[in-house]
Design a protein. Structure first.
Ligand SMILES: *Cc1c(COP(=O)(O)O)cnc(C)c1O
Length: 353
């Protein structure tokens, strides 16, 4: 693919790693490519980071035609830069695009764009322990009229944000509220896609949970509000009486790459993993009887995040004494070890930039 490059004439000052936080600062450049039904994807370019100008009737502004991905570039001790399973993000973006009637990407071209972009921004990948360059590919529908149709025009972008360590003070378990009123997604809907609309619809529950002192919501299924689905931006796993359980991908759950990687690590270490329906009643009973041994969320941002407390209908349950469990710790150490090059990648997950 031909990717034009326009270098910034005003490089930004670097932010100290300790002040990065998440998603607040952006690098010097951005990748852009446009799509039109007649010519397909065209005009691929890496240009100085700047505001986007859109027609006020642009589809994305009215009908939510937007999908995104999230992945990180990691710097290893020897200074090299690498991605974790980027092909999976591209495949998932295409699966989201298909559902949302946005154009599909050529997978090889998208990977080339991602690698070239990260290479351009290589110096922005921070060096401190636990830090990374967060990459945000996204696509918007951009027809310049108000009719409701599958779009004929779209734009694909990649932006990057140097991000701080998720666990600055060691791995702290998170407290999570099981949401019994709002739902995030239903089967047949868009729950399996990474689309902005899913987040727009879930903000209210997240806000309420925060007001009660919980950091995120654990969603129940949208039809019966009976089965466990996932946490805000993480999939969820439990160890119940020796069995490792994670909700099956029924269509309303985001198929996380961290989830998939956890399952593969667990299987490689001889654990059985049940991908099945898990009702909130079964979970509450396991918490009451002390059979819930561990609970953790898994997603790119935190990698693995132990759940210390779960609340349901105003009852609060402490899990594993509020400490990180053995399996959770093993998964965290294995995945972060592979990502930052501290342990060998026997799975073939790393893509060097
Ligand atoms: C991105 C996301 C996840 C985690 O997916 P990863 O590929 O592991 O980062 C889980 N749930 C939702 C709703 C998400 O948007």
């Amino acid at each position: 693919m031909d990717i034009k490059f326009v270098k910034t004439s005003s490089p930004k000052a670097r932010i100290p790693d300790s002040e990065l936080g998440f998603g607040k600062y952006f690098t010097d450049h951005m990748f852009i490519m446009e799509y039109n039904n007649d010519i397909g994807w065209h005009n691929a370019r890496i240009v100085p980071f700047e505001n986007i100008s859109l027609h006020p009737a642009s589809t994305v502004l009215h009908y939510g035609a937007e999908i995104f991905e999230g992945l990180k570039a990691y710097r290893t001790a020897d200074g090299s830069v690498r991605l974790f399973r980027p092909e999976e993000n591209i495949k998932r973006m295409n699966s989201s695009a298909e559902r949302m009637c946005l154009p599909l990407l050529d997978e090889a071209d998208a990977l080339e764009a991602l690698l070239k972009f990260v290479d351009t921004e290589r110096d922005w990948v921070p060096h401190s322990e636990g830090t990374s360059l967060y990459l945000r590919p996204f696509m918007i529908g951009n027809d310049e009229h108000l009719g409701v149709h599958a779009v004929s025009n779209a734009i694909f972008y990649i932006i990057a944000s140097p991000s701080g360590s998720y666990y600055k003070e060691g791995i702290n378990p998170v407290n999570i509220m099981i949401e019994s009123e709002d739902v995030r997604a239903v089967r047949g809907g868009t729950g399996f896609t990474k689309c902005g609309g899913n987040y727009a619809a879930s903000t209210r529950a997240g806000k309420r949970a925060e007001e009660k002192g919980y950091s995120q919501v654990l969603w129940l299924d949208g039809v019966e509000r009976k089965y466990i689905e996932e946490v805000g931006a993480m999939n969820v796993m439990f160890k119940i009486d020796g069995e490792i359980v994670t909700p099956a991908l029924t269509g309303s759950i985001l198929p996380g790459i961290t989830r998939k990687s956890c399952i593969e690590v667990l299987k490689s270490k001889g654990y059985n993993v049940s991908e099945r329906l898990l009702s909130v009643d079964e979970l509450v009973n396991a918490m009451k009887s002390g059979k819930l041994e561990e609970a953790w969320g898994c997603g790119t941002a935190a990698v693995v995040s132990p759940i210390g407390k779960l609340s349901y209908l105003d009852e609060e349950y402490v899990i594993n004494g509020g400490r990180i469990g053995e399996v959770t710790q093993m998964l965290y150490d294995t995945l972060t070890g592979i990502q930052w090059g501290k342990i060998e990648d026997t799975f073939g997950w790393i893509k060097e930039v």
